[in-house]
Design a protein around this ligand. Structure first.
Ligand code: GRF
Length: 221
């Protein structure tokens, strides 16, 4: 039997990326298991999604901690207690401290709804729509001490139209997020990710290719 990567997923909200990871695992497209879902928001709908699939959930409210380090230490303890190999930030609205980053070096992924390094930080879809870019997209990257600055693993390109609102653009981007996040995790599971400084090379990949979950848009990794 193939070894499965133990995932710890961090969420703050809807959890649709979490859902796509769970669905891909259940379809056997992903050699992984979600061991625990942690939310800093007790109302996050993602918690319900996890419970439906019998995945353990933990709510840790950052407001209950004196500082970022104490909050992060608690999360690290929980993730370690579930033997997590890879931390997956899926709509988790907190920046991680050096304490957390050093506990999982190059083992923390994040997804961002823009083509980084454009539009880092919050409201990326709104800012892209307002700026008038013709293309935007999403990026899966390793977390580092900056905001959305770590090495980029995969990006997908999405067109932005004149009549797009924040919501229509966000929905188009989200469909691509649901496709590329599982793909990035599978690369990790297959031990194909090589990081040199800011650059990520996917071992055995063509220059430009589509993912197993076929989609007309362009995905680059
Ligand atoms: C996604 O757009 C993700 O890129 C961003 O927050 C959103 C989370 O969506 N970081 P969901 O909670 O996975 O539905």
């Amino acid at each position: 039997m193939k070894k499965k990567v133990n995932l710890g997923v961090l969420i703050s909200g809807s959890g649709s990326n979490l859902q796509s990871i769970i669905d891909n695992i259940e379809k056997d497209f992903l050699d992984a298991m979600v061991k625990v879902v942690i939310s800093n928001n007790s109302n996050a709908y993602g918690l319900e999604r996890a419970k439906k699939h019998q995945i353990p959930t933990v709510v840790i409210k950052h407001q209950d901690y004196r500082n970022r380090e104490d909050f992060d230490r608690k999360m690290v303890d929980i993730l370690k207690s579930y033997s997590v190999d890879l931390v997956v930030m899926a709509g988790f609205m907190r920046v991680l401290s050096p304490l957390f980053l050093s506990a999982f070096p190059m083992k923390i992924m994040n997804i961002h709804p823009a083509l980084l390094p454009s539009f880092p930080g919050i409201h990326a879809q709104k800012r892209a729509a307002e700026y008038g870019v013709k293309f935007t997209g999403c990026s899966v990257h390793f977390a580092d001490e900056g905001v959305d600055t770590g090495p980029i693993i995969i990006q997908a390109i999405v067109p932005a139209y004149d009549d797009d609102t924040e919501d229509t653009l966000a929905a188009r981007i989200l469909r691509e997020e649901h496709r590329i996040y599982p793909q990035a995790i599978q690369f990790f599971a297959e031990d194909r990710i090589e990081v040199t400084g800011q650059k990520v090379h996917i071992k055995g990949s063509d220059r430009i290719t589509s993912t197993p979950l076929h989609n007309p848009s362009l995905t680059i990794f």
